[in-house]
Design a protein around this ligand. Sequence first.
Ligand SMILES: [Zn+2]
Length: 255
Amino acid sequence: MIVSTDAIVLRSMKYRDTSKIVTLYSEKFGKISVIAKGARAARNKFGASLEPMTHSTVVIYKKEHRDLHLLSKSEIVQPFFKTHVEPDKLTVGLALVELVHLVMHDEEENLHMFALLADSLRALETSERHSLNILFAFELKLVQQLGFAPHFESCARCGTDVLHNDGVKFVHVILARGSVVCSNCIEGHDGAGIRITKGVVRSLAHFASAPIDNVSRLDLDVQQQDEILALLQTYLQYHVAGARTLRSLSLLNVL
Ligand SMILES: [Zn+2]
């Protein structure tokens, strides 16, 4: 069956002398692996369309009951040039595709996930400010789509509005419940939770609800960034099968 779909390149690996095995996140089939024969030859029909993060329209010769399909054509829709050359954008862009590669199952259509990934890469490409915010928002929107959205607005025990109550300075994130508990209610709770400051809770609530192209403006200090990075990593690993520390983020240390 010959099929055509929009797709974003998650990973591209050398195969034999001249070919590549490419994992795509496609609009019609979700995560799908293809072989691009001749893609490493000096002049080849695929050009730069198989670089990670690139959004392309692809034509695939798809065989039933196979894990690997044949890529016959690929044309760039959006190359995301800036993301490939600016180190902070590159780090975040690679983290987005790495995460999708880790947690999404093979050949399960998910239009919302495709749109989220494409929108996030577009937001990253055009963002003038804090690229890392796009990763945070992406992670929160990803867990929403997978059905594990955390609830940050109010204490899961007493219902206090933690975002707007001046008396609340800290909350505790209870991983198993995907919710927060205020300092008064944490006493005697069986799991201690992860303590985070109110500023961080507010930022997380913003990242979860704001459109992805609107999140990079929010200023965070380094401590808040580290707090959010660690919290979301722990949260993802707790709830989402396949999630682990993202290799792409090791580049963060040298920025
Ligand atoms: Zn409470």
